[in-house]
Design a protein around this ligand. Structure first.
Ligand SMILES: *[C@@H]1O[C@H](CO)[C@@H](O)[C@H](O)[C@H]1NC(C)=O
Ligand SMILES: *[C@@H]1O[C@H](CO)[C@@H](O)[C@H](O)[C@H]1NC(C)=O
Ligand SMILES: *[C@@H]1O[C@H](CO)[C@@H](O)[C@H](O)[C@H]1NC(C)=O
Ligand SMILES: *[C@@H]1O[C@H](CO)[C@@H](O)[C@H](O)[C@H]1NC(C)=O
Ligand SMILES: *[C@@H]1O[C@H](CO)[C@@H](O)[C@H](O)[C@H]1NC(C)=O
Ligand SMILES: *[C@@H]1O[C@H](CO)[C@@H](O)[C@H](O)[C@H]1NC(C)=O
Length: 428
């Protein structure tokens, strides 16, 4: 299972793995996951736990009387940053979006000594879109993806419209729209017109075996947060990067800052070896089992397990800090959209009944933690650098080797588990 998430200890990690090995219903070999790699990092990592939550006084609050667009004087090298403050002054903002968004921005030349190639995991964009390369994406294909979709997103001339079909789990949908809107603020005028169907549930559903063979129909393009080698769903960053209101998870850019602070205090290699897990134990038996591994008066297996506490692990490898920084999450979406739009054989049309979304209609009427998260993750102006450069597709052999390596790591862990269970059997 491959998931693009900031909350790396989620299902892709430990408990999915455990439930797969115990029930044996799922094929064991899984598509290698960035998330799994990250999880292993966390598992083997020392984690400095701190319960500090948000410093309430530090929230960015826009002065709503400011001009909607200010061309900043802060002239960084050659480009000017277009600032896009939130304009909540226009009456009932749950209804209308301001008309005067910027439609272009300047970027400065990149420092030629810096590597501007996107991280390697961007190559999955090529893999995810490959099934549509030969046929392109027709309207019929998009409509067929509606079967399980929670909503359709339509982008026309830099504005975002959403047609909702059903309610998603928690606020996943809201924070996903949120992410798309921030992308538009970051790269105004640079997003193509498109229509996409989005499914907010975890499990991929577009089975590749249903679209094979000489008479097969073309698969429907469906975006979701997870993908694997058995399915053709297109992976999109999950909502957690913009905050997760229900369990008090802050936007990723805030968490990254804290991680940096944590890492500054103590070097990775100097930390104690603790495994850290936080989550909801009620959704699976295996998770309840997992909690038995917590430190207690009798045992300490260096595991620290929490039930949706507000604590957050303040540690991460350089990989997480560098290759998963927020700019890259936006660049991933940017390239995914642009490459997807190139395949579209339809003219994006705003459906009747679709609602226009903008940062104002979402953030101005919100309140409580949702508002806080939205203000915190607001992209306040356009980027002054262009998106990173897409790497070429994986070389099939390199990809094969990568898949094999990850499958072997999973097998290795399974062997350890089996040994553990065997040793228990012998004791009985
Ligand atoms: C907001 O901006 C206006 C105009 O620049 C200024 O007069 C006002 O004092 C500001 N308000 C606050 C709360 O900063
Ligand atoms: C804004 O519009 C919504 C929906 O029509 C309505 O429920 C709400 O009371 C309005 N708010 C204000 C401040 O007018
Ligand atoms: C805020 O948006 C409204 C509606 O588009 C517009 O009339 C108003 O001029 C904007 N305010 C500022 C300060 O630009
Ligand atoms: C630039 O970064 C990409 C992705 O991390 C890497 O594959 C490539 O080898 C790098 N190129 C140079 C010249 O360092
Ligand atoms: C494909 O369609 C052709 C013509 O309708 C038919 O003769 C053939 O049996 C079909 N093949 C498969 C695998 O369904
Ligand atoms: C696990 O142990 C830690 C440290 O004693 C404790 O703070 C935490 O609440 C425990 N977790 C659970 C689920 O009991």
């Amino acid at each position: 299972m491959r998931r693009f998430s900031s909350t790396i200890w989620r299902r892709t990690g430990l408990d999915r793995h455990i439930s797969d090995t115990q029930t044996r219903q799922q094929p064991l070999k899984k598509r290698p996951a960035t998330a799994t790699v990250l999880f292993l990092f966390i598992l083997s990592a020392a984690v400095f736990i701190s319960a500090s939550w948000i410093n309430l006084s530090s929230f960015y609050v826009t002065n709503v009387t400011e001009k909607a667009i200010i061309i900043s004087q802060e002239n960084r090298r050659s480009a000017m940053r277009v600032e896009i403050p939130l304009n909540c002054s226009a009456g009932n903002m749950t209804q209308t979006c301001p008309v005067n968004y910027p439609t272009s921005f300047e970027t400065e030349d990149r420092d030629p000594s810096l590597n501007s190639t996107c991280p390697d995991y961007f190559r999955w964009i090529h893999e995810d879109l490959r099934p549509f390369k030969s046929t392109g994406i027709t309207r019929d294909m998009v409509e067929r993806a509606m079967r399980t979709a929670h909503f359709r997103v339509v982008i026309v001339k830099g504005r975002v419209y959403v047609e909702k079909y059903k309610k998603s789990i928690q606020t996943r949908d809201v924070f996903t729209f949120r992410g798309i809107l921030q992308l538009l603020r970051r790269y105004p005028g640079r997003l193509p017109d498109l229509e996409m169907m989005f499914d907010c549930d975890d499990r991929p559903v577009i089975r590749s075996r249903d679209y094979r063979g000489p008479n097969a129909t073309a698969p429907p393009p469906l975006f979701r947060y997870c993908g694997d080698r058995w399915n053709l769903d297109i992976v999109f960053p999950d909502w957690s990067f913009w905050g997760w209101a229900e369990i008090n998870i802050k936007p990723w850019n805030s968490i990254l800052k804290e991680l940096k602070e944590g890492n500054g205090r103590q070097k990775w290699m100097e930390r104690g070896p603790y495994a850290y897990w936080k989550g909801n134990p009620l959704v699976a038996e295996t998770r309840k089992d997992l909690l038995k591994c917590n430190v207690s008066g009798e045992q300490d297996w260096n595991a620290r397990l929490f039930v949706q506490a507000q604590a957050i692990g303040k540690a991460a490898s350089d990989f997480i800090q560098e290759e998963l920084k927020m700019e890259y999450v936006y660049d991933y979406m940017f390239h995914l959209f642009n490459e997807y739009a190139k395949l579209l054989k339809l003219e994006a049309k705003v459906p009747e009944g679709a609602v226009e979304f903008c940062s104002e209609t979402m953030a101005c009427p919100a309140n409580g933690i949702e508002k806080r998260l939205m203000m915190e993750s607001l992209v306040k102006g356009s980027s002054i650098t262009s998106p990173c450069t897409m790497p070429p597709p994986y070389d099939p052999r390199a990809l094969g080797a990568f898949v094999k390596r990850k499958a072997n790591s999973i097998k290795q862990v399974e062997t350890w588990e089996r040994r553990y269970w065997d040793s228990l059997d012998k004791q009985e």
